[in-house]
Design a protein around this ligand. Structure first.
Ligand SMILES: [Zn+2]
Ligand SMILES: [Zn+2]
Length: 298
């Protein structure tokens, strides 16, 4: 028996009932498909804020804590570690934002395309009435991206993009690296406060003592907030990958129509085959294997 959520999915039609006149022909390849970037004001502002927050942390870590530090070894080790993690966080953000999350070709619900699928009795296709595309299983329409996205998890304004089948790896890495730099910042702030209490406050920073305290408290607040937010997000994402259930499917309590796989197979499906250090690299494009079919058997 079907769940209410399943019945409420977009109108189920057979080939004969589709109205191809309502479909706008898809844009020619190489124009709109050339680069993926969502033109959403709120998302662009949130994306820029994310970069500015990382640059603020970078500024305080370098010029308030590491440059005035007496120990060169301490400064070099922490400087290299912090910059490497910050670079990976921004690279992950960049890839999560500019990677097509798995958009279904727009306007492909035409009569010719449906006929080319050669539907057999009992087979149906789902059509999205908003973007006029044929929806593969587990795809959902995003009102911000104005497209149907394969295995859409949610639309994240912080990366100004949907999190879906093709860019989930970069989003998970982004949350992980932001959580790590936040933790690193907090540890360094604690050490710096201890160092300043022992030494003369005027010598522990190139800035005046009040400015130093304000900059460090703001960094502490930012680090704590983002450590909590991104580590919860990271945990939620890993859980949904292991259980192979997207955020939307959990929310809508959709009936499970796909085969159950092991946690390890689900992780490989997102991060790529085989397991390697490339899982941690935002520059390695994962191999997702075969995509979901268009057809459904009822
Ligand atoms: Zn759609
Ligand atoms: Zn979206």
């Amino acid at each position: 028996m079907r769940s209410p959520a399943h019945r409420c999915r977009d109108i189920e039609r057979q080939a004969g009932y589709l109205q191809p006149d309502q479909c706008v022909p898809p844009p020619p390849r190489g124009t709109a498909d050339g680069m993926w970037f969502i033109q959403d004001g709120c998302g662009i502002v949130c994306g820029v804020i994310t970069w500015l927050l990382v640059f603020y942390a970078e500024f305080v870590v370098l010029f308030v804590m590491l440059v005035p530090s007496k120990s060169l070894v301490y400064s070099i080790i922490n400087g290299v570690l912090f910059n490497a993690l910050a670079f990976l966080a921004l690279a992950s953000h960049f890839r999560a934002m500019l990677t097509d999350p798995g958009a279904v070709p727009k306007g492909n619900a035409t009569k010719e395309f449906i006929e080319s699928l050669q539907l057999k009795p009992g087979q149906v296709v789902y059509k999205c009435p908003k973007c006029c595309s044929i929806k593969p299983d587990r795809a959902h329409h995003c009102s911000v991206c104005k497209r149907c996205i394969r295995k859409m998890d949610h639309h994240c304004p912080w990366v100004n993009n949907c999190v879906g089948e093709e860019n989930q790896k970069y989003f998970v890495l982004f949350t992980m690296y932001i959580a790590l730099i936040s933790l690193h910042c907090l540890v360094m702030v604690v050490f710096h406060f201890l160092y300043c209490f022992e030494e003369d406050w005027t010598k522990c920073s190139t800035f005046s003592p009040p400015a130093t305290v304000i900059l460090l408290i703001l960094l502490c607040f930012e680090g704590l907030l983002f450590l909590i937010f991104t580590s919860v997000m990271f945990g939620t994402q890993i859980h949904s990958i292991c259980t192979d259930e997207t955020g939307i499917e959990q929310l809508k309590r959709e009936e499970r129509r796909w085969a159950k796989k092991t946690k390890w197979m689900n992780m490989k499906a997102v991060f790529g085959h085989p397991f390697s250090i490339a899982w941690l690299s935002p520059f390695a494009t994962p191999d997702h294997g075969k995509s979901d079919p268009y057809l459904y058997v009822v």
